[in-house]
Design a protein around this ligand. Sequence first.
Ligand SMILES: Cc1cc2nc3c(=O)[nH]c(=O)nc-3n(C[C@H](O)[C@H](O)[C@H](O)COP(=O)(O)OP(=O)(O)OC[C@H]3O[C@@H](n4cnc5c(N)ncnc54)[C@H](O)[C@@H]3O)c2cc1C
Length: 409
Amino acid sequence: MKKKKIAIIGAGILGSSCAYYLSKNSDFEVFLIDRYSVGSGAASWAASLLTQVRKDPATMALVQETYRTIEQLSKELGNPLGERRIGSLQVVSSDTSYASIKALENVGNEFKLNKQWISPNTVKQKLPWMDTSKVKDSLFYPDDMFLDAHVLAYAYAQVAKQRGATIIQYKDVKEVEVKDNKVKQIIFENDERLVVDVVVDAAGAWSNILSIPHGIQLPYSPVRSLYWITKTDERLFPANQPMTVIPDAMVYTKPETGALLFGIRDKASKAFDPRELPKDLNGFEYISAEEQQNILLDEGKLFMEFFSELEETGIAHYEAGFSTYTADSKFILGKSERINDFYFATGCEGTGVAISGGFGRIIAELISGKTPFLNIEAYHPERFGSFNLYTTDFLQKCSDSRSNKRDGV
Ligand SMILES: Cc1cc2nc3c(=O)[nH]c(=O)nc-3n(C[C@H](O)[C@H](O)[C@H](O)COP(=O)(O)OP(=O)(O)OC[C@H]3O[C@@H](n4cnc5c(N)ncnc54)[C@H](O)[C@@H]3O)c2cc1C
């Protein structure tokens, strides 16, 4: 029987996971394509927290699949991927955060996650840097972990390759050619062609560049995310301290080799017009040094209520990158109604590493003609129909999707 040829455009964490799952099916011939190398896109900047508990049970189900897949990948590759199972703490410091964390706990209970409420004293023992005077309580998830996103993307691609997938790096896709409402071939910038039966657009911030010529407007914008890393201080930042989510400070933290990584969900997360993005984001100025400093001084004040020694500890550096956020805070996952065999895996909502396993599995289920393990109607790529992607209002909605996020990352 002739194999179905499937091209995945974008070897980021989502495209690589799709390749991993699709390559399990021996009826498929899988091509994973990137204009640079595997995992060189948004994965390079990710803080890579894989917090499991989420307010939306569907997101949790996607994350659970990633956890299962990481275990499976370690077996397939014959060595651990370097994941660090240090647990995470949801920090309660007001009635509002108590209510939101209780709601999270209820969802976590549905998934039977191990958890434990711990006192401010125990929090202090786990996190010497934290001032716990404002902390009322904390919900600890001991099994949560983080794993370098680049390592995970590479592992997905490596196993896909072992199973026979072809990894094409440093080749830029110019367009997806469609004929009679059906995907026909991929045309590269150097004019080479690859005739395929199916295309998966997993091109991250650039996904729209490939879909718009076919009248498919994906409802996302690239939105800037930022985090900072403090200077090292072994006394304040022991290696196995848990990650935290502090809703009242709009902050998450993670240990970073003797230092602390912290991300602030700034109120004005900047959304960009996808047409303005260069192909190569190395050296791209996401934010000026001054603007970064202002965010730290203004919005970091809330964090300093939990970490008063931040100023004297000092910042070693900051990192910025793009995630794709949608105007309705829902992922983009599924197939086009207009063009046969055109699939989409993007709109990661800043949590692409954590949900990658679930995304890959669903794309493989759809292409195999199976019912996906999760209802994905809400993620339909064409759910917004025809609209203007470039209005200030639309960009603002995508930006708000990030700024208003309160639960895990
Ligand atoms: C600062 C920051 C912190 C983050 N922290 C976390 C976190 O803690 N936990 C978490 O789960 N997520 C986190 N994220 C989000 C996570 O990094 C993203 O969700 C994820 O990496 C997105 O993956 P992707 O595959 O959609 O995109 P990308 O990794 O960007 O992949 C898209 C790929 O497509 C390629 N491409 C595009 N167009 C073409 C073309 N025409 N031809 C060929 N190739 C093409 C690009 O080169 C790129 O490699 C963070 C993001 C940022 C920026």
